[in-house]
Design a protein around this ligand. Sequence first.
Ligand code: NAI
Length: 440
Amino acid sequence: MKVCVIGGGGYVGLVTGLGLAELGHQVTNVDVNTDRIRQLGEGTAPIYEENLAPLLKRHGDSQAIKFTTEINEGMEDCVVVFVAVGTPSRADGKPDLSQVIQVAEDLGHTLSSYTVIVIKSTVPVGTVELFLSILARTHTEGVEFDIVSNPEFLREGNAVYDFFHPDRIVIGTNSERASLVMDELYAPLLQTTPNLPVIRTSVPSAQLIKYASNAFLATRVSFINEIASLCERVGADINEVTEGMGPDPRIGHAYLTAGLGFGGPCLEKDLMALISIAESHAYEPYLLRSVLERNERQVGEVIAKVKAQTGDVLYQRIITVYGLAFKPGTSDVRNSLSLKVIDRLQSEGASVRAHDPFALAEAALVTSNVELFDDPYAAAENADSALILTAWPEYLKLDFARIRVTMTEPRIVDACNLLSAHPHLAEGFAYNGFGTPTAN
Ligand code: NAI
């Protein structure tokens, strides 16, 4: 099937395009980011995701996927067009739909035969109506199309795996014709995963499934951070508590790790969007608001732990940060809580040095006065405190004894509780995790 992916240089668009090429479709990824399109055309992945580079090599070389900045090129003979552009938060927390609106305007001029427009971007209820109203003004009369809401659930850090092993596919549409086209599109995936649930819903339900899923995950994170804070006060250990909670099939282990809270490009943004959706329908979302507020406290908790170690003074302290990506497995630093911690450290006069195995290049674009190191040992030299802010498994392989002797003061604040299961690694350090007996 001939498929076009708009926003095809972004995380979701790139993984979607490459995944569809692997399923046997002929794909063109369109993006306005000329640098990314040039890099992709040269066979270089602009982001780090496991197994992305080999997919790009295979399908780029065979021309099963092409990259262009020209929407007309992508839309030629196209049967399905995915919209995977960004929907970031505005200052007021509402989703900024300007990229989606631009695509609607661009698409109107390019539709020439029946096309299924698939909204993969996370968008609020009402966006399809907005899209339709724009298309109604711009598209050629008589050319038919349908709109489908097909929300994306991939996890950055596992994005390629998730494309080929989704938990479910949600297809929100009231068009039988579009539904059949979607079945054909995903048929190769359904053949390899016969029990894969395909959930067919209305458009608003599909949109709410996405927001509700992310809000639920965010709720688990804030919930467990609340319990971790309680653990610190009552002498319990959050690791033992979650070990005891997780086996209950009604609960499970996922998203029950205490730490820095939820950052990254999606959970906070989508939670804020859901709050704004509730408000715009005159509903007060008490629970959702608390989830957000609880999360916003977490960066302060890290700073308090660092200060407790450094005698309440951060001015001219050298602090080493391990981990800049918003989670392990990705180079993405968008809305990374690690960067928020760095901001706070710098605002109190600390001098920050940082290491990350994959995110240095992306971090360099959005940080200032942070010394970035690709050598984790050099990053720790003369430091007054080291912070683990991304749970990269690579950090468990570090020689902490070597780090300890190069630091001015051997102190660790482990916001991920990464070392808590390996206490020998923290030997000789003043060590503070979250929600554990050594947290304070
Ligand atoms: P992104 O910012 O990485 O990618 C968006 C891409 O769209 C960019 O490369 C941008 O240059 C391009 N773009 C913007 N306007 C365009 C236009 N008019 N024509 C062509 N290209 C255009 O964003 P990301 O992370 O891929 O997210 C996309 C959507 O998917 C968002 O709505 C997000 O909430 C949702 N989502 C993201 C997930 C993630 O883990 N990143 C997971 C699930 C959903």
